[in-house]
Design a protein around this ligand. Structure first.
Ligand SMILES: *Cc1c(COP(=O)(O)O)cnc(C)c1O
Length: 380
């Protein structure tokens, strides 16, 4: 994909780290809990098809995506493991679900009935997982309406409820432990209700990354792991809890495209938001906000050149960012610029950018633009 003929800005996706993270998480949660790898949003920007292939080869037996279209992309690329569609489906997608052997969550009777009808027409049984809202307030049948919903579900004879799941709202915040426990209780009650009505779900799952790590009691027999698979632990896991060993999977690098001496007292970039306070060496880096470098890092973020952290100066623009390399001896055109990752003894993490941008690392990696080629590397 990348060659000497492409812009040098690229995202390296380290599959060895991905696999190591998966194995480290698998052993951390123990043999009772199956790890479902969440590869929605193009694997949080890392490339869903490649990541799923590596994870499948490493023994991952379940994948999770947000929408049906993402599941189709996996199937068309040859991923044959079960795929849970976490956001459910639109009734018109019922046939596609069966065509591709997908497992959707259900939380609306209309959708469940549409899937049931499609399955009935084909003389097959469709698998689905019931999604229960235990306090997230987003998707799912409210915990106090599960019984009523389940009575209706029982009438859909071509539907098999293979799993019951819910989603935590604040498992990353230990100050919210009471609420997390309340969600857990509501979930347990919902599962009991389902069982008392004759359902026999194979899988029960509520934990995401922070749930699985910080709340071991919330790992019935499956956990749904996204962020930490990609090594995005630092700003999503609560500090001070025992955690699996994780390494970042994505790094982003580029090269200096142009460099110049600028006298003291000159303004740089859009809006003239930076003025050189001394004679400066200013380098242009071909990465802008379209590539996913947040514009709010203007005059705030840093990059690494020749093993030294250097400041972003002036506004981040759509395609270009300026850095002040005055203090880097011999900085020159074609020098590698590390934007996320390690160079020498310095390291910038997605979570560092996120902190400056007032967001979380997930939004940084998800936001790396389609113009930045992903280079999939297998060595550690
Ligand atoms: C995204 C998502 C997850 C994964 O969350 P992480 O914090 O990335 O582990 C799990 N379950 C559901 C329903 C999700 O939407």
């Amino acid at each position: 994909m990348t060659s000497s003929f492409t812009r040098p800005t690229q995202a390296d996706i380290n599959h060895q780290n991905l696999i190591d993270n998966f194995k480290s998480i698998t052993s951390f949660v123990g043999p009772e809990s199956e790890v479902l790898a969440v590869v929605k949003a193009d694997s949080y920007g890392h490339g869903a098809v490649s990541c799923a292939k590596s994870l499948e080869m490493a023994g991952c037996g379940w994948f999770g995506v947000a929408i049906v279209e993402e599941a189709l992309e996996l199937r068309q690329a040859g991923i044959s493991s079960p795929v849970l569609v976490l956001g459910g489906f639109w009734p018109a997608q019922a046939d596609v679900i069966l065509d591709y052997g997908l497992t959707p969550v259900v939380y609306r009777l209309e959708a469940a009935a549409a899937l049931n009808s499609s399955a009935e027409r084909r003389g097959v049984t469709a698998d689905a997982h019931l999604k229960v809202d235990t306090g997230m307030g987003r998707l799912g049948v409210r915990w106090d309406e599960v019984e009523e919903f389940a009575r209706e579900l029982r009438l859909l004879k071509n539907l098999r409820i293979e799993g019951v799941m819910s989603h935590f709202a604040a498992a990353d915040d230990l100050g919210e432990n009471d609420f997390t426990r309340l969600q857990e209780d509501r979930f347990r009650t919902s599962v009991e209700t389902m069982k008392s009505l004759g359902f026999n779900p194979t899988y029960c799952d509520i934990a995401n990354s922070p749930g699985a790590v910080a709340h071991p009691e919330t790992r019935p027999n499956m956990v749904r792991i996204g962020g930490i698979l990609y090594g995005l632990g630092d700003d999503v896991l609560p500090g001070g809890v025992e955690s699996p060993k994780l390494s970042p999977v994505m790094s982003i690098k580029s090269q200096i495209a142009h460099i110049k001496m600028v006298p003291a007292g000159e303004s740089l970039g859009y809006g003239r938001s930076f003025t050189t306070g001394r004679e400066s060496v200013i380098a242009s880096v071909p990465m802008g906000y379209h590539d996913g470098l947040p514009r709010c890092l203007s005059n705030a973020g840093e990059m690494i050149v020749r093993g030294r952290r250097v400041p972003i100066v002036g506004r981040v623009s759509m395609d270009w960012t300026l850095i002040d390399v005055t203090d880097v001896a011999n900085a020159d055109v074609s020098d590698e610029v590390m934007i996320i990752g390690r160079q020498g003894s310095e390291e910038i993490r997605a979570s560092d950018l996120a902190k400056l941008a007032g967001t979380i690392s997930y939004e940084i990696t998800c936001g790396i633009g389609a113009r930045v080629p992903r280079k999939h590397v297998t060595t550690g």
